[in-house]
Design a protein. Sequence first.
Length: 243
Amino acid sequence: MDALTISAASGLRSRMESLDMLANNLANSETGGYKSDREFYNLYISPEASQGEGQEPATLPVIERSWTDFSQGALHPTGNPFDLALSGKGFFAVDGPSGTLYTRNGGFRASKTGMLVTADGYPVRTAAGGSLQIPASGPIDVAADGSVRQNGQALGSLEIAEFADPGALAKRGAAYFTSASTPQPASQTTVEQGKLESSNVGAAESAVRLVGVMRQFEMLQKAVTLGSQMNRSTLQEVARVAS
């Protein structure tokens, strides 16, 4: 394979990964607490794509890794006392199917058994490590530190976790994260009742980037086609001369 085709194919692969990432961001632009993904580019040194013997190896673009933008989304009021938003860098802790999960999506509800759960039915954890039971005797009041009261009686305190390095968190689905490291108790995060955090995806920016990447993809496709045509013409010319 010639250097032109190798370089274009490498560019196509990185643009395909970018398109998948941007499409997923746009699909979750209305998901509460969603954190957008971005890409980190690097260059791969390819001896196969060098321009000839004695020439320096070519460098090809690759997406080395993706990273998550943990900047806070806008908080908007809902009036629902079970809707909770976090102002700061913390996460709600919930009991997932395979262990503890962390989320910024505070769209909670009371289950049929009176347990505070996520929209997916995962129990919201308390600071003591259990779940929060809410008697059907009146509305709840959630303080800025996550403590929950009903009719003046304390029901418990929500577990709000913070991480020294949020980049170590791994995504699970659209709104959940897992971590191999031990979180710290929240010290710079407050809970706001009756509000939800929006996705931090800039829909307009992502749409513009999507169009730009698609145009780059089209140009690289043309480069692959051009390389193929050049190779075919070269083979035909060699065959004509040889005959």
